[in-house]
Design a binder for this molecule. Sequence first.
Ligand code: T4K
Length: 390
Amino acid sequence: MKIIRSKNDLAIYGAPPAFTEPLHVGRPNIGSREAFMQRVGEIFDSRWLTNNGPMVQELESRIAAQLSVKHCVAMCNGTVALEIAIRALELKGEVILPSYTFIATAHALHWQEITPVFADIDPVTHNLDPAAVRRMITPRTTGIIGVHLWGRPAPHAELQSIAGNRGLKLMYDAAHAFGCSHQGTMIGNFGECEVLSFHATKFFNTFEGGAVVTNNDALAEKMRLMRNFGFAGFDNVIHPGTNGKMTEISAAMGLTNLDAIDATIAANCRNYHVYRETIAAIPGLKLRTYDETERNNYQYIVLEVGDGFPASRDEVIRALHAENILARKYFWPGCHRMKPYRDLYPHAGVMLPNTEAVARRVVVLPTGTALPEQAVESIASVLRVMGPGK
Ligand code: T4K
């Protein structure tokens, strides 16, 4: 690892890379191995491997307590959790969502033959713009899926008011927002329900996994049945269901990582503050900041490369990759430009100018407990020498 002091030190100009090993965005945060192995032993001893086992139940109650929400229904991944929530809410026809999100949000609708309708985002928050949502409502609209992108809350009060006035159901994709709050209330308590992802790359992981959290008793019960083929007791299926169950081994990982959650937040928070201080001094670059009066997981270090920066976003990515810093262009080019949705809406971009502009500017940088010490200074030094006047 090295500090880059001039352009001659950059790997794109032939110097050795700043890092000998690749730095990934989304390196898993992993709690105590001993505690995990102990739980694995308990699973083998009990011979209870899946189907709502004791570890899954313990994880659900700890997550519900952590978020102060009534129900947590654990699932095998965030995408299936989205599909089950959408199905349980009986959404159909058209559902409004942002295009600037991971493709799974759109796929969870499309997979169920519901038409995803993309609304534009606010270029400052990167979340749904309520005025744009209003413009996309048609007689076929049945719901809105807000996404708390980068763990920052979507504009809940405005979306709730639109949903209430137009008789639509509002749910959230909270895949990025486990451990975050909005106006003092933990995310997980908004809309009809909220969907979490516990994928390996997320702030908190269960290898693969996810959950739907809700304060609605009937909805929670329906989703519990739906994740287990719709079975309500032996030999009695009362809903069309699927297999959305979380395994015990995933829950064991979840319990282990939940014990380490404060340390994970502290590491992310430390990295974020070093990024913020080092990048603030570079003209033309803007780091998305967290509202520190709220609870945050600090999992996403999101940089925007502006017009005042001498290199383009893609040139920045190329230079970082040459240094073995595998920064990502999440969520470029936007769902509407990916083939399944481009085929549906070839001209969607006309309605999504902010989505297109933000998707062209964003670079997501590595963070997490696996990031070596001083790596942030080194990453910032690459950006600094690419900046104006260098
Ligand atoms: N909604 C939103 C808003 C989401 O962001 C996501 C998932 C979902 C819904 C769906 O939830 P899940 O069904 O996934 O639970 C990744 C993740 O696969 C995906 O979970 C995540 N969003 C998305 C933002 O990122 P990729 O294709 O970019 O991941 P991948 O495989 O390139 O991994 C990123 C980097 O992480 C790799 O370069 C290396 C590193 N890595 C990855 C894994 C899996 C590791 O070091 N170790 C690992 O085990 O999608």
